[in-house]
Design a protein around this ligand. Structure first.
Ligand code: FE
Ligand code: MN
Length: 361
């Protein structure tokens, strides 16, 4: 079917069949290579919806006051050394981790996926990792922590090194010309998407999130706590982006979804959980006020199983209950009234594009 436009003396013919063929060729991987960023018609509606949700949550680190945090950081009496150590571990781990996630999106995942709407949401995702990395700079500068100390944290603390090695391992193998028609290579990408979304952002971020928010609940380091809450809200969208990406990749490439592959992914999650528990024991070498190390360890089992179930995999520790129910409530910041006051609400503009699937070209 063709649609003809006559404008002045010129005639333009638009071919609906060609457009439909282009739409049909949209794929997570191995889709049609095109020089146009043809977002419409959307095939992966979820990607555009999440993109909009993510940008409506925009925040900037400098909007968060750090005065109270600075005061507490310097005051020997208000916060204990254990509590200060948690903040150091948080800053040390995330300074490296946020960059690793952003780099993997830009140089691996966004390079390999072919549908433009997937690239769109991944671009936003990478940008949010930059905001997170920047928020850590802001915390370091505010508290007056020597930046070399922060670098040393991820070079010298073995449990941080091991967590970083675990994720960069599945990223390195994809930084080359790779033939994604080969099932083995499809599995490498699926593994990468699973490890980064469900194991790292979905599970290995949650030990420290929990600890920092425990402090926040006791009115300790309110600025840092607020930034972690915003980060956490972003991470929940990132986990969802990577979960959807993973599910659609599997759906379009069913041949890789074998029993062996499922077990391989579960084993990777088990490794992630093990590394996170070791890390938690380094963050919290002794129990502190309102922070019991065993609760955080159990929380990791709980959250890891939610991630596995989210992608249709069997849990590792079935029946484990959430030992920190208050955390779920604190993470849900959508309910807050006047969440963003002042100029931040300015970011929450409706999209100019109201997308409906229009069959008529
Ligand atoms: Fe992040
Ligand atoms: Mn993230």
């Amino acid at each position: 079917m063709q649609k003809i436009f006559q404008v002045g003396s010129k005639t333009f013919v638009l071919d609906q069949d060609k457009a439909e063929a282009a739409f049909a060729a949209k794929k997570v991987i191995n889709g049609r290579e095109t020089m146009c960023f043809n977002l419409l018609p959307l095939k992966y509606q979820w990607a555009y919806d999440l993109y909009r949700k993510m940008k409506a949550n925009h925040w900037e680190p400098e909007d968060i006051p750090m005065g109270k945090d600075i005061e507490q950081w310097r005051d020997e009496k208000t916060v204990s050394d254990v509590e200060r150590w948690i903040i150091r571990m948080g800053i040390g781990y995330f300074s490296a981790a946020e960059g690793i996630v952003g780099d993997n999106i830009q140089h691996v995942v966004r390079e390999l996926v072919t549908a433009p709407e997937l690239k769109l949401v991944l671009g936003r995702h990478a940008h949010e990792e930059n905001i997170h990395a920047d928020s850590l700079l802001y915390m370091i500068a505010s508290l007056g922590i020597n930046p070399h100390e922060c670098e040393a944290m991820f070079e010298d603390v073995p449990t941080i090194v091991r967590k970083n090695e675990f994720v960069t391992r599945v990223s390195k193998s994809l930084r080359r010309e790779i033939d994604l028609t080969q099932p083995e290579n499809k599995k490498l990408l699926a593994k990468n998407i699973f490890v980064f979304g469900q194991c790292m952002e979905g599970t290995q971020f949650y030990g420290l999130f929990g600890m920092v928010l425990s402090l926040y609940r006791q009115n300790k380091f309110p600025g840092i706590g607020q930034m972690f809450r915003y980060t956490l809200r972003d991470e929940s969208n990132h986990i969802e982006v990577f979960r959807n990406l993973f599910m659609d990749l599997i759906e379009e490439n069913r041949e890789i979804w074998t029993t062996e592959f499922k077990e391989e992914l579960r084993a990777l999650m088990a490794e992630a959980v093990h590394l996170e528990k070791e890390f938690i024991r380094d963050c919290l070498p002794v129990n502190a006020v309102g922070l019991a190390v065993e609760e955080f360890v159990t929380y990791i089992d709980y959250i890891a199983d939610r991630r596995l179930e989210g992608v249709g995999l069997a849990p590792l520790a079935p029946g484990v209950k959430n030992p920190l129910p208050w955390l779920a409530e604190m993470m849900d910041i959508k309910k807050e009234q006047n969440f963003f006051e002042g100029r931040v609400t300015e970011y929450q503009k409706a999209s100019s594009l109201n997308v409906a699937h229009d069959d008529d070209l």
